[in-house]
Structures are given as structure tokens and as C-alpha cells.
Ligand binder design. Structure first.
Ligand code: PMP
Length: 360
């Protein structure tokens, strides 16, 4: 079998052109006589790679000059701790919980200070983003935290909370670089790259200058202080060098595709193919409330666990891979990130139509 359409929530598909470039450069990167995997992170060649990667993501996201871009390790989960450690000066933060990832971040923050739950949609099984009222934010909050696209439940924010002078912190792991964003609306945006941007092992943190400070919680490990990494250009210790290189290739690919406006259009079209089918299907139904549907993660069910299992197995035999839903939701989930071609979604919808006919 050749390459499959991989609907995994992450690690996920990467653009084939990027994989081919990485393969071609595997043994000898740009005349260096070595792979990027083998290269000193202090070499001029690697310095060129990380600086170009940073410039390219700055161009793609129009990142203002007063924000720093950090290429870090520890996954998005480590940021659940790093964010309160670095940002909690009054030791107060407000969390909106719209799914299991924001719930985990909220739980972690409680270890370091007062984390307030200002809104939650858990009582609606996280099928939507909860209503939130800006007046409910604590006046002394160090930040307001959201997860802008909840990967498991397939929901996304339709508008951002108005936080005034309180910095807004957003986990964009499962929607990174899938559409344009106004970085200036946030104090900090971050995401693990293994869904939309690159191989697992890199987390990118985009943080406003004034939030990179010395007066972090005193027990914050040196390596987890944003100041340590910002001062060192993400090279305080050995960075995830190969992963950063592949992210850089993806940034170039995104630029060639026309940037984030073009990706948004393509992603909207792909998601519409799937949602339009789900909305008229008599067998399958989407689990997220319509208004809050994610463009990236599409959970759906038949309502019969045995039939779901049959669907997943038959889909796999057709080269439609990793459609099993997260264990907390069950059913199916199709993750259709930037690198999933339209043909992949078309093949999925065609198979769903066929399966529906055969299992009516
Ligand atoms: N946040 C979101 C929205 C996620 O989808 C995930 C991973 N699926 C995480 C955080 C945790 O990421 P990591 O495994 O890189 O720690």
C-alpha cells in the first residue's frame, strides 16, 4: 500500500512535498555533508535554519515586533505548568474550560496559585464552547486562559473573550497556522506542532515582551523560564533541532500555498464537504453543536458502537486511517489539518455514503 489518508488527531499528516525535501536533504543538508540531525545546534548552519524558521512564522502570522517566538520542548502539556509559573504574579488566573485540554491546564494551574473556573461546558459534554461574560473576569487575574480549538470534542471559539488589560493566553495546538490570527489580541499563544506544523517534540510559544520577566514564581526551573529561552534565542540547551528544521520546511510550504488566508479557505472548503454530508446523513451525526464546529477535528457517531467499530475497520482497509474517536467520546473523529488534501476528505465522504447505503 502507498501512503494512506491519515485522519489522526496528532501526530498527523505532513505535506508530502515537505517529507520529500526532508528525505532529499537527509544525508547532506545543503552541502554541509551531514544531516540536520547530526549537526551542532551552535553551528552557523543550524543558526540559519532556526532564524529562517522564526522569520517565516513571523511573516505567516504577521507577528508584531514586541512578541518573541520560542521553539521549546515538553509538548503543550509542559506549558500547562510553564504558563502559571511564568505569568502568575498575583497568583490568580481565570480559566474557561471547553474540553479536556483546557480542563487539564486548569487542573495544573491550581498547583501554583488560585485558578478560577469562570465558565465551563462540561455539563453539556463539551459539545460547545461555554458562554462567557467579560464582567466575570477577576480584576486581579494575571491572565485569562482558553483552548481555542478542543481537539477531542471538535469545538472552536467563534469569538475571543474581551479581556481588556488582562493578557489572553490561548492553546492553539490543534488549529496552529490553519487560518489568520491577530496576534496582538493575545498575551501568549502556544501550541504543540505535531498536528498542523511538524513532528512531535517542538512546542512553539509566541509571547509578548512584557510577559517575559524575572519575577516568575520562585521555584520555576531555569529551563522553563521564558526569559531563559528568550535571552538565548531558544538555544539555552540543545533544542529539538530536527523538529525545528521540519517546522521550517512546513512554513516555507505554507508560504508557497498562499499563506494563512489560502489555508483558511481550503480548510473551510474541506470541513464543509464533511459537515454538509453529516447534516443530511440518516446514519451519521456530528457530535459538536453546529455554531462551534471545528474546522480541524470532526467527531461523529452512528449511535451504535458496533457499527462504529465496523466503519473504522472497513475505512482502514480502504486507506482511510486513524478514524477512531478519542476514548472519552467514542465513535469516530476525522482530523483534517492543513496537510490533509481535499482528495482525502472526498474519499472519506464517498466511503461514508457507501457505508450508509450498505448499512441502512
Ligand atoms: N492541547 C491540545 C489542544 C491538544 O490537542 C493536545 C494534544 N492532543 C495537547 C494540548 C497536549 O499536547 P502534548 O501531547 O504535546 O503535550
Amino acid at each position: 500500500m502507498g501512503r494512506v489518508f491519515n485522519f489522526s488527531a496528532g501526530p498527523a499528516m505532513l505535506p508530502e512535498e515537505v517529507l520529500k525535501t526532508a528525505a532529499a536533504e537527509m544525508l547532506d543538508y545543503n552541502g554541509s555533508g551531514m544531516s540536520v540531525m547530526e549537526m551542532s545546534h551552535r553551528s552557523a548552519t543550524f543558526k540559519g535554519i532556526i532564524e529562517t524558521a522564526e522569520q517565516d512564522i513571523r511573516d505567516l502570522m504577521s507577528i508584531p515586533d514586541n512578541y518573541r517566538v520560542l521553539f521549546l520542548q515538553g509538548g503543550a502539556t509542559q506549558q500547562f505548568a510553564a504558563i502559571p509559573m511564568n505569568l502568575m504574579r498575583n497568583k490568580v488566573a481565570d480559566y474557561i474550560v471547553s474540553g479536556n485540554w483546557s480542563k487539564k491546564a486548569f487542573k495544573e494551574a491550581k498547583l501554583y496559585g488560585t485558578a478560577n473556573l469562570v465558565a465551563s461546558s462540561e455539563d453539556e459534554n463539551f459539545t460547545r464552547v461555554p458562554d462567557f461574560d467579560s464582567a466575570a473576569f477577576s480584576p486581579d487575574a494575571d491572565y485569562v486562559y482558553i483552548c481555542q480549538n478542543e481537539t477531542v470534542y471538535g469545538t472552536r471559539y467563534t469569538h475571543l473573550p474581551e479581556t481588556g488589560d488582562i493578557p489572553l493566553v490561548s492553546d492553539v495546538s490543534s488549529m496552529f497556522l490553519s487560518e489568520p490570527v491577530d496576534v496582538s489580541k493575545y498575551g501568549l499563544i502556544y501550541g504543540g506542532v505535531q498536528k498542523n506544523v511538524g513532528p512531535a517534540g517542538v512546542v512553539i510559544v509566541i509571547v509578548r515582551d512584557d510577559l517575559i520577566r524575572e519575577d516568575v514564581l520562585p521555584f520555576t526551573p531555569t529551563i522553563m523560564r521564558y526569559k531563559t529561552q528568550a535571552d538565548a534565542g531558544s538555544l539555552s540547551n540543545t533544542p529539538p533541532a530536527y523538529g525545528i528544521y521540519v517546522c521550517g520546511l512546513v512554513f516555507k510550504w505554507l508560504k508557497e500555498q498562499g499563506g494563512l488566508e489560502a489555508m483558511q479557505k481550503r480548510n473551510q472548503e474541506k470541513a464543509a464537504l464533511l459537515y454538509d454530508y453529516l447534516d443530511q446523513s440518516k446514519l451519521f451525526s456530528g457530535t459538536a453543536q453546529k455554531e462551534f464546529r471545528s474546522l480541524m477535528n470532526v467527531p461523529f457517531v452512528t449511535g451504535d458502537a458496533d457499527l462504529d467499530a465496523k466503519f473504522i475497520a472497513e475505512a482502514k482497509a480502504r486507506g482511510l486511517e486513524s478514524l477512531k474517536g478519542h476514548r472519552s467520546v467514542g465513535g469516530m473523529r476525522a482530523s483534517i489539518y492543513n496537510a490533509m488534501p481535499r482528495e482525502g476528505v472526498e474519499a472519506l465522504v464517498a466511503f461514508m455514503e457507501e457505508f450508509e447505503k450498505n448499512n441502512a
